[in-house]
Design a protein around this ligand. Sequence first.
Ligand SMILES: Nc1ncnc2c1ncn2[C@@H]1O[C@H](COP(=O)(O)OP(=O)(O)O)[C@@H](O)[C@H]1O
Ligand SMILES: [Mg+2]
Length: 356
Amino acid sequence: MARSELVVMTDHSSTEGSREVLATAVRALTGRSPVLVDARHYMTGGTGRITGTGTPGAGSPRADGSRPDGPRPDGPRAEGPGVGGAGGALRLEVPAEGIAVTAEAVLVYEVPPHRRRDFEAFQRLLRDHGARSLGTDAEAWRTATEKDLTIERFVRDGIPHMPTVTLSRPTPEAAAEAVDRLGGDVWARPTVGMGGSDVFHVTTRAQLAAAARHYAEAGTDWLIARDAANFTPDGRRHQYRVVVLDGRVVRTVEHVQANPDAPCNECRGAVSTLLEDGELPGGLAELAVAATKSLGLPLAGVDLAAENGGVVFEANVHPVFGSVGGLETVAVPYAAAHLGPAVGPRTPGVARQPGA
Ligand SMILES: Nc1ncnc2c1ncn2[C@@H]1O[C@H](COP(=O)(O)OP(=O)(O)O)[C@@H](O)[C@H]1O
Ligand SMILES: [Mg+2]
Protein backbone atom coordinates (compact mmCIF):
# COMPACT_ATOMS: atom_id res chain seq x y z
CA MET A 1 0.00 0.00 0.00
CA ALA A 2 1.40 3.38 -1.01
CA ARG A 3 2.16 5.69 1.87
CA SER A 4 -0.20 8.60 2.13
CA GLU A 5 0.87 12.12 1.39
CA LEU A 6 -0.22 15.62 2.17
CA VAL A 7 -1.42 17.26 -1.00
CA VAL A 8 -1.21 21.01 -1.53
CA MET A 9 -3.60 21.86 -4.33
CA THR A 10 -3.40 25.35 -5.83
CA ASP A 11 -3.88 26.90 -9.26
CA HIS A 12 -0.39 26.84 -10.75
CA SER A 13 -1.20 29.73 -13.08
CA SER A 14 -1.41 31.96 -10.00
CA THR A 15 1.78 33.74 -8.99
CA GLU A 16 0.93 34.96 -5.50
CA GLY A 17 3.31 32.43 -3.97
CA SER A 18 1.08 30.90 -1.32
CA ARG A 19 1.85 27.31 -2.34
CA GLU A 20 5.55 27.67 -1.56
CA VAL A 21 4.70 29.05 1.89
CA LEU A 22 2.26 26.20 2.49
CA ALA A 23 4.86 23.66 1.40
CA THR A 24 7.29 25.20 3.90
CA ALA A 25 4.62 24.97 6.59
CA VAL A 26 3.98 21.29 5.82
CA ARG A 27 7.72 20.54 5.94
CA ALA A 28 8.05 22.36 9.26
CA LEU A 29 5.17 20.38 10.75
CA THR A 30 5.87 16.91 9.35
CA GLY A 31 9.44 16.88 8.09
CA ARG A 32 8.10 15.87 4.66
CA SER A 33 7.36 17.78 1.51
CA PRO A 34 3.77 17.81 0.30
CA VAL A 35 2.79 16.72 -3.18
CA LEU A 36 1.94 19.84 -5.18
CA VAL A 37 -1.05 19.35 -7.48
CA ASP A 38 -2.34 21.92 -9.94
CA ALA A 39 -5.99 22.63 -9.09
CA ARG A 40 -6.71 23.27 -12.77
CA HIS A 41 -6.70 19.50 -13.36
CA TYR A 42 -9.74 19.33 -11.09
CA MET A 43 -11.67 22.20 -12.63
CA THR A 44 -14.37 21.83 -15.28
CA GLY A 45 -12.91 19.96 -18.24
CA GLY A 46 -9.83 18.84 -16.30
CA THR A 47 -8.59 15.26 -16.42
CA GLY A 48 -7.73 14.78 -12.76
CA ARG A 49 -9.34 11.78 -11.09
CA ILE A 50 -10.39 11.20 -7.51
CA THR A 51 -10.96 7.72 -6.17
CA GLY A 52 -12.11 6.47 -2.80
CA THR A 53 -10.88 3.11 -1.59
CA GLY A 54 -13.66 2.02 0.78
CA THR A 55 -16.17 -0.79 0.35
CA PRO A 56 -16.59 -1.63 -3.35
CA GLY A 57 -19.93 -1.36 -5.01
CA ALA A 58 -21.53 1.66 -3.38
CA GLY A 59 -20.37 4.22 -5.89
CA SER A 60 -20.10 7.75 -4.64
CA PRO A 61 -22.34 10.24 -6.34
CA ARG A 62 -20.87 12.92 -8.53
CA ALA A 63 -21.49 16.56 -7.96
CA ASP A 64 -24.49 16.39 -10.27
CA GLY A 65 -25.98 13.45 -8.35
CA SER A 66 -25.21 10.89 -11.06
CA ARG A 67 -23.34 7.69 -10.21
CA PRO A 68 -19.81 6.90 -11.35
CA ASP A 69 -21.02 4.03 -13.50
CA GLY A 70 -23.33 6.37 -15.42
CA PRO A 71 -22.35 8.78 -18.19
CA ARG A 72 -19.59 11.18 -17.26
CA PRO A 73 -20.16 14.87 -17.05
CA ASP A 74 -17.27 17.09 -17.96
CA GLY A 75 -14.76 17.85 -15.27
CA PRO A 76 -13.19 15.92 -12.46
CA ARG A 77 -13.76 12.19 -12.52
CA ALA A 78 -14.95 10.25 -9.51
CA GLU A 79 -14.68 6.51 -9.27
CA GLY A 80 -15.19 3.97 -6.57
CA PRO A 81 -16.98 4.35 -3.30
CA GLY A 82 -16.66 7.29 -0.94
CA VAL A 83 -14.64 6.62 2.17
CA GLY A 84 -17.30 8.23 4.32
CA GLY A 85 -15.21 10.28 6.71
CA ALA A 86 -11.70 11.25 7.68
CA GLY A 87 -9.23 8.41 7.94
CA GLY A 88 -10.20 6.65 4.71
CA ALA A 89 -7.75 6.63 1.84
CA LEU A 90 -8.28 8.92 -1.08
CA ARG A 91 -6.42 8.64 -4.36
CA LEU A 92 -5.76 11.54 -6.66
CA GLU A 93 -4.47 10.84 -10.13
CA VAL A 94 -3.38 13.24 -12.82
CA PRO A 95 -2.23 11.00 -15.69
CA ALA A 96 -1.07 13.99 -17.72
CA GLU A 97 1.56 14.75 -15.08
CA GLY A 98 2.23 11.20 -13.92
CA ILE A 99 0.78 11.99 -10.50
CA ALA A 100 -0.88 9.18 -8.56
CA VAL A 101 -1.05 9.81 -4.86
CA THR A 102 -2.85 8.47 -1.83
CA ALA A 103 -3.85 11.62 -0.01
CA GLU A 104 -3.96 11.84 3.75
CA ALA A 105 -5.28 15.40 3.48
CA VAL A 106 -5.84 17.94 0.74
CA LEU A 107 -4.82 21.53 1.49
CA VAL A 108 -6.58 23.74 -1.02
CA TYR A 109 -5.37 27.32 -1.50
CA GLU A 110 -4.71 30.01 -4.07
CA VAL A 111 -7.61 29.20 -6.35
CA PRO A 112 -8.31 32.57 -8.02
CA PRO A 113 -11.79 33.99 -7.41
CA HIS A 114 -12.86 33.89 -11.07
CA ARG A 115 -11.99 30.14 -11.33
CA ARG A 116 -13.85 29.01 -8.23
CA ARG A 117 -17.14 28.09 -9.87
CA ASP A 118 -15.20 25.67 -12.07
CA PHE A 119 -13.78 24.06 -8.95
CA GLU A 120 -17.09 23.51 -7.17
CA ALA A 121 -17.85 20.04 -8.60
CA PHE A 122 -14.50 18.79 -7.30
CA GLN A 123 -15.13 20.33 -3.88
CA ARG A 124 -18.33 18.31 -3.67
CA LEU A 125 -16.46 15.16 -4.67
CA LEU A 126 -13.85 15.80 -1.98
CA ARG A 127 -16.66 16.13 0.52
CA ASP A 128 -18.45 13.01 -0.76
CA HIS A 129 -15.20 11.09 -0.35
CA GLY A 130 -14.78 12.28 3.22
CA ALA A 131 -11.52 14.03 2.42
CA ARG A 132 -9.66 15.67 5.25
CA SER A 133 -9.72 19.18 3.87
CA LEU A 134 -10.83 22.64 4.93
CA GLY A 135 -11.57 23.47 1.29
CA THR A 136 -14.70 21.47 0.51
CA ASP A 137 -17.50 23.95 1.17
CA ALA A 138 -18.39 25.22 -2.30
CA GLU A 139 -21.35 27.21 -1.05
CA ALA A 140 -19.30 29.08 1.54
CA TRP A 141 -16.63 29.85 -1.07
CA ARG A 142 -19.19 31.15 -3.50
CA THR A 143 -20.90 33.33 -0.89
CA ALA A 144 -17.57 34.89 0.06
CA THR A 145 -16.27 35.19 -3.51
CA GLU A 146 -19.31 36.82 -5.10
CA LYS A 147 -19.60 40.04 -3.16
CA ASP A 148 -23.28 40.58 -3.97
CA LEU A 149 -23.93 37.25 -2.20
CA THR A 150 -21.63 38.31 0.64
CA ILE A 151 -23.66 41.45 1.23
CA GLU A 152 -26.95 39.52 1.09
CA ARG A 153 -25.59 37.17 3.71
CA PHE A 154 -24.34 40.03 5.88
CA VAL A 155 -27.78 41.65 5.70
CA ARG A 156 -29.39 38.35 6.70
CA ASP A 157 -27.06 37.85 9.66
CA GLY A 158 -26.71 41.45 10.80
CA ILE A 159 -22.99 41.72 10.02
CA PRO A 160 -22.18 45.46 9.91
CA HIS A 161 -21.07 46.76 6.51
CA MET A 162 -21.42 50.01 4.56
CA PRO A 163 -24.79 50.44 2.82
CA THR A 164 -24.41 48.80 -0.58
CA VAL A 165 -26.30 48.58 -3.89
CA THR A 166 -25.62 45.89 -6.53
CA LEU A 167 -25.68 47.09 -10.16
CA SER A 168 -25.92 45.10 -13.36
CA ARG A 169 -25.51 47.15 -16.53
CA PRO A 170 -27.49 50.03 -15.02
CA THR A 171 -28.68 52.98 -17.08
CA PRO A 172 -26.72 56.16 -16.26
CA GLU A 173 -29.80 57.46 -14.46
CA ALA A 174 -30.18 54.32 -12.35
CA ALA A 175 -26.49 54.37 -11.41
CA ALA A 176 -26.66 58.06 -10.50
CA GLU A 177 -29.79 57.54 -8.48
CA ALA A 178 -28.14 54.71 -6.51
CA VAL A 179 -25.07 56.86 -5.80
CA ASP A 180 -27.29 59.72 -4.62
CA ARG A 181 -29.18 57.35 -2.35
CA LEU A 182 -25.89 56.34 -0.75
CA GLY A 183 -24.87 59.95 -0.16
CA GLY A 184 -22.78 60.74 -3.24
CA ASP A 185 -19.40 59.49 -1.95
CA VAL A 186 -19.05 55.81 -2.80
CA TRP A 187 -16.64 53.01 -3.72
CA ALA A 188 -17.31 50.83 -6.74
CA ARG A 189 -16.02 47.26 -6.95
CA PRO A 190 -16.70 44.28 -9.17
CA THR A 191 -18.76 41.46 -7.67
CA VAL A 192 -15.79 39.13 -8.21
CA GLY A 193 -12.28 40.45 -7.79
CA MET A 194 -9.20 40.58 -5.63
CA GLY A 195 -6.29 42.78 -4.66
CA GLY A 196 -8.22 46.02 -5.15
CA SER A 197 -8.32 45.50 -8.93
CA ASP A 198 -11.05 47.46 -10.71
CA VAL A 199 -12.00 49.19 -7.46
CA PHE A 200 -12.71 52.93 -7.74
CA HIS A 201 -13.47 55.78 -5.37
CA VAL A 202 -16.37 57.60 -7.02
CA THR A 203 -17.38 61.12 -6.03
CA THR A 204 -18.33 62.71 -9.37
CA ARG A 205 -20.67 61.93 -12.25
CA ALA A 206 -17.67 61.62 -14.59
CA GLN A 207 -16.02 59.04 -12.33
CA LEU A 208 -19.29 57.16 -12.12
CA ALA A 209 -19.63 57.10 -15.91
CA ALA A 210 -16.04 55.89 -16.26
CA ALA A 211 -16.61 53.11 -13.70
CA ALA A 212 -19.86 52.08 -15.40
CA ARG A 213 -18.07 51.89 -18.76
CA HIS A 214 -15.26 49.88 -17.24
CA TYR A 215 -17.60 47.25 -15.77
CA ALA A 216 -19.76 47.13 -18.91
CA GLU A 217 -16.67 46.44 -21.03
CA ALA A 218 -15.57 43.73 -18.61
CA GLY A 219 -19.10 42.32 -18.65
CA THR A 220 -19.25 42.25 -14.87
CA ASP A 221 -21.80 43.21 -12.26
CA TRP A 222 -20.62 45.66 -9.64
CA LEU A 223 -21.38 47.09 -6.25
CA ILE A 224 -21.34 50.58 -4.91
CA ALA A 225 -21.04 51.24 -1.19
CA ARG A 226 -20.99 54.39 0.91
CA ASP A 227 -17.45 55.55 1.73
CA ALA A 228 -16.40 54.17 5.11
CA ALA A 229 -14.47 57.39 5.95
CA ASN A 230 -11.70 55.19 7.31
CA PHE A 231 -9.14 57.96 7.77
CA THR A 232 -6.29 58.31 10.22
CA PRO A 233 -6.11 61.71 11.97
CA ASP A 234 -3.58 62.84 9.32
CA GLY A 235 -5.90 61.96 6.42
CA ARG A 236 -4.56 58.61 5.23
CA ARG A 237 -6.80 55.59 4.73
CA HIS A 238 -6.42 52.72 7.17
CA GLN A 239 -8.11 49.40 7.82
CA TYR A 240 -7.42 45.93 9.16
CA ARG A 241 -7.01 42.43 7.79
CA VAL A 242 -8.02 39.93 10.43
CA VAL A 243 -7.42 36.27 9.64
CA VAL A 244 -9.74 33.84 11.40
CA LEU A 245 -9.15 30.09 11.56
CA ASP A 246 -11.70 27.81 13.22
CA GLY A 247 -13.34 30.72 15.03
CA ARG A 248 -10.05 32.10 16.38
CA VAL A 249 -8.10 35.16 15.27
CA VAL A 250 -4.64 34.01 14.15
CA ARG A 251 -3.32 37.17 12.48
CA THR A 252 -4.06 40.87 12.58
CA VAL A 253 -2.53 43.40 10.24
CA GLU A 254 -3.15 47.13 9.83
CA HIS A 255 -3.01 48.59 6.33
CA VAL A 256 -2.32 52.32 5.85
CA GLN A 257 -2.77 53.87 2.43
CA ALA A 258 -1.39 57.36 1.69
CA ASN A 259 -3.65 57.87 -1.34
CA PRO A 260 -7.20 58.42 -0.01
CA ASP A 261 -8.67 57.44 -3.40
CA ALA A 262 -6.81 54.12 -3.70
CA PRO A 263 -7.93 50.82 -2.24
CA CYS A 264 -6.18 49.98 1.01
CA ASN A 265 -4.63 46.77 -0.36
CA GLU A 266 -0.97 45.93 0.13
CA CYS A 267 -0.56 45.39 -3.62
CA ARG A 268 -1.95 48.91 -4.21
CA GLY A 269 0.75 50.49 -2.07
CA ALA A 270 -0.78 50.23 1.40
CA VAL A 271 1.79 49.71 4.14
CA SER A 272 1.12 46.63 6.19
CA THR A 273 2.01 46.30 9.88
CA LEU A 274 1.62 43.11 11.87
CA LEU A 275 -0.23 43.91 15.11
CA GLU A 276 0.35 42.38 18.51
CA ASP A 277 -2.42 40.95 20.65
CA GLY A 278 -4.53 43.78 22.04
CA GLU A 279 -3.63 46.32 19.36
CA LEU A 280 -6.79 45.75 17.32
CA PRO A 281 -9.56 48.20 18.32
CA GLY A 282 -12.17 46.65 20.60
CA GLY A 283 -14.92 44.61 18.97
CA LEU A 284 -13.19 44.08 15.62
CA ALA A 285 -11.88 40.61 16.43
CA GLU A 286 -15.42 39.56 17.34
CA LEU A 287 -16.73 41.20 14.16
CA ALA A 288 -14.23 39.29 12.00
CA VAL A 289 -15.17 36.00 13.68
CA ALA A 290 -18.89 36.74 13.22
CA ALA A 291 -18.40 37.57 9.51
CA THR A 292 -16.42 34.37 8.96
CA LYS A 293 -19.11 32.35 10.69
CA SER A 294 -21.88 34.06 8.72
CA LEU A 295 -20.21 32.97 5.48
CA GLY A 296 -19.52 29.46 6.77
CA LEU A 297 -15.77 29.60 6.12
CA PRO A 298 -13.26 27.64 8.24
CA LEU A 299 -10.57 30.19 7.28
CA ALA A 300 -11.01 33.78 6.14
CA GLY A 301 -9.04 36.99 5.83
CA VAL A 302 -11.56 39.63 6.78
CA ASP A 303 -11.07 43.20 5.53
CA LEU A 304 -12.67 45.66 7.91
CA ALA A 305 -12.58 49.25 9.09
CA ALA A 306 -13.03 50.51 12.64
CA GLU A 307 -15.01 53.61 11.66
CA ASN A 308 -18.82 53.61 11.63
CA GLY A 309 -18.77 51.29 14.63
CA GLY A 310 -16.80 48.66 12.68
CA VAL A 311 -17.72 47.55 9.14
CA VAL A 312 -16.67 44.58 7.03
CA PHE A 313 -15.69 45.11 3.36
CA GLU A 314 -15.20 41.48 2.44
CA ALA A 315 -13.85 38.12 3.58
CA ASN A 316 -11.11 36.42 1.55
CA VAL A 317 -11.34 32.65 1.19
CA HIS A 318 -7.55 32.31 0.80
CA PRO A 319 -5.87 35.38 2.24
CA VAL A 320 -2.39 35.88 0.81
CA PHE A 321 0.11 35.14 3.56
CA GLY A 322 1.51 38.65 3.51
CA SER A 323 5.02 39.97 3.69
CA VAL A 324 5.52 39.58 7.43
CA GLY A 325 4.91 36.50 9.53
CA GLY A 326 2.38 34.84 7.20
CA LEU A 327 4.10 31.48 7.53
CA GLU A 328 3.92 31.34 11.30
CA THR A 329 0.59 33.08 11.81
CA VAL A 330 -1.53 31.54 9.05
CA ALA A 331 0.17 28.88 6.91
CA VAL A 332 1.39 26.70 9.80
CA PRO A 333 -1.90 26.71 11.74
CA TYR A 334 -3.86 26.17 8.52
CA ALA A 335 -1.69 23.21 7.55
CA ALA A 336 -1.78 21.87 11.11
CA ALA A 337 -5.59 21.92 10.99
CA HIS A 338 -5.34 19.28 8.24
CA LEU A 339 -3.30 16.90 10.35
CA GLY A 340 -4.84 14.45 12.76
CA PRO A 341 -4.33 15.14 16.48
CA ALA A 342 -1.70 12.39 16.59
CA VAL A 343 0.40 14.11 13.93
CA GLY A 344 -0.10 17.71 15.05
CA PRO A 345 2.70 20.27 15.36
CA ARG A 346 5.70 18.21 16.36
CA THR A 347 8.38 20.77 15.87
CA PRO A 348 6.80 24.15 16.49
CA GLY A 349 10.20 25.81 16.80
CA VAL A 350 11.03 24.90 13.23
CA ALA A 351 8.04 26.86 11.99
CA ARG A 352 9.55 30.14 13.08
CA GLN A 353 11.85 30.59 10.18
CA PRO A 354 12.94 34.03 9.16
CA GLY A 355 12.39 35.41 5.73
CA ALA A 356 9.46 33.30 4.59
N1 LIG B 1 -17.10 51.55 1.10
C1 LIG B 1 -15.76 51.66 1.12
N2 LIG B 1 -15.17 52.66 1.82
C2 LIG B 1 -13.82 52.78 1.85
N3 LIG B 1 -12.99 51.95 1.21
C3 LIG B 1 -13.53 50.94 0.50
C4 LIG B 1 -14.93 50.75 0.41
N4 LIG B 1 -15.16 49.67 -0.36
C5 LIG B 1 -13.96 49.21 -0.75
N5 LIG B 1 -12.97 49.97 -0.24
C6 LIG B 1 -11.53 49.79 -0.39
O1 LIG B 1 -11.28 48.97 -1.51
C7 LIG B 1 -10.60 47.78 -1.04
C8 LIG B 1 -10.91 46.63 -1.99
O2 LIG B 1 -12.22 46.19 -1.78
P1 LIG B 1 -12.46 44.70 -1.29
O3 LIG B 1 -13.90 44.52 -1.09
O4 LIG B 1 -11.56 44.41 -0.14
O5 LIG B 1 -12.06 43.87 -2.61
P2 LIG B 1 -10.69 43.13 -3.07
O6 LIG B 1 -11.14 41.73 -3.20
O7 LIG B 1 -10.35 43.77 -4.38
O8 LIG B 1 -9.65 43.32 -2.02
C9 LIG B 1 -11.09 47.60 0.37
O9 LIG B 1 -10.29 46.71 1.11
C10 LIG B 1 -11.00 49.05 0.83
O10 LIG B 1 -9.67 49.45 1.05
MG1 LIG C 1 -9.91 43.06 0.03
